[in-house]
Design a protein around this ligand. Structure first.
Ligand SMILES: NC(=O)CC[C@H](N)C(=O)O
Length: 248
């Protein structure tokens, strides 16, 4: 895998320690070299572990999923007491994320909404006791659940696009209705994030329901079945057109 050729890095979810070492290296590379990054579920947990190791200097920082005896458990087992999920320990299904600040990339990409509902499938979470330490060193937990104890979105404000989410935006993302965070990753990888964030259209059609982007944003033509030479008519469409088929 040649990371140097990558315009963006997506670290997906996963269970167990297979591939974790490589995911940590890819995340470190993206963070240090300012390559647009999106971490999903385990990918977000990896981003926090990598940051704790490299920036906080906690060399054995880990998830208790991989090292139950770590002295620096920055990701821990946090089962959710739920009468509807009896017997299961997985945090599953739609849960609400509240933005903690509006001046962050994820809130803007979701159209400046106060909260979003996204789907979940995980057992482990960022250790709430380490949040302050991580934030003092530059990570920003821009989305949390209603209790404030479960970290849903993490960002590095001083990076062109470094976003990790505990939820799974892909579950509600559709080719013609992409998730805000995939739009952000692709736009950043194309060097167009600034113009996308400035798009009036991003926030105009929020809450219109049908035809909107998944979780609030507008539908944008993707030309998936159309002519690849169809002319673009705006920066938004450029992003979509240029990135059809692009591997990130
Ligand atoms: N879906 C995932 O990526 C799960 C991440 C992690 N293994 C957890 O259980 O929390």
């Amino acid at each position: 895998l040649d990371l140097q050729a990558a315009d963006g890095v997506l670290v997906p979810g996963g269970f167990g320690d297979r591939g974790v070492q490589g995911k940590i290296l890819a995340t470190k590379y993206a963070r240090e070299n300012r390559i647009p990054f999106l971490g999903i579920c385990l990918g977000m947990q990896i981003a926090v572990i990598e940051f704790a190791r490299s920036v906080l200097g906690l060399k054995d920082a880990n998830s208790t999923e991989f090292d139950p005896n770590t002295k620096n458990p920055c990701v821990i087992f946090m089962p959710e007491g739920s009468t509807t999920h009896m017997g299961g320990t997985m945090r599953l299904g739609s849960r609400r994320t509240y933005f903690q600040v509006m001046d962050c990339k994820s809130a803007k990409l979701y159209g400046n909404r106060g909260f979003i509902d996204e789907r979940h499938r995980h057992r482990y979470e960022v250790n709430p006791n380490m949040v302050m330490h991580l934030e003092n060193s530059g990570l920003s937990f821009t989305g949390k659940d209603a209790s404030g104890q479960r970290m849903e979105i993490v960002e590095l404000p001083n990076h062109p696009y470094f976003v990790g989410v505990q939820f799974h935006p892909e579950f509600k993302s559709r080719p013609g209705k992409p998730s805000a965070l995939f739009l952000g990753l692709i736009a950043a990888a194309c060097g167009q994030l600034e113009s996308v964030l400035k798009e009036d259209r991003l926030s105009q059609k929020i809450g219109t329901g049908k035809g909107g982007m998944s979780n609030g944003n507008k539908m944008v033509k993707t030309y998936q079945n159309g002519s690849p030479t169809k002319p673009a008519n705006g920066s938004f469409d450029d992003v979509y057109r240029n990135c059809n088929g692009v591997q990130v």
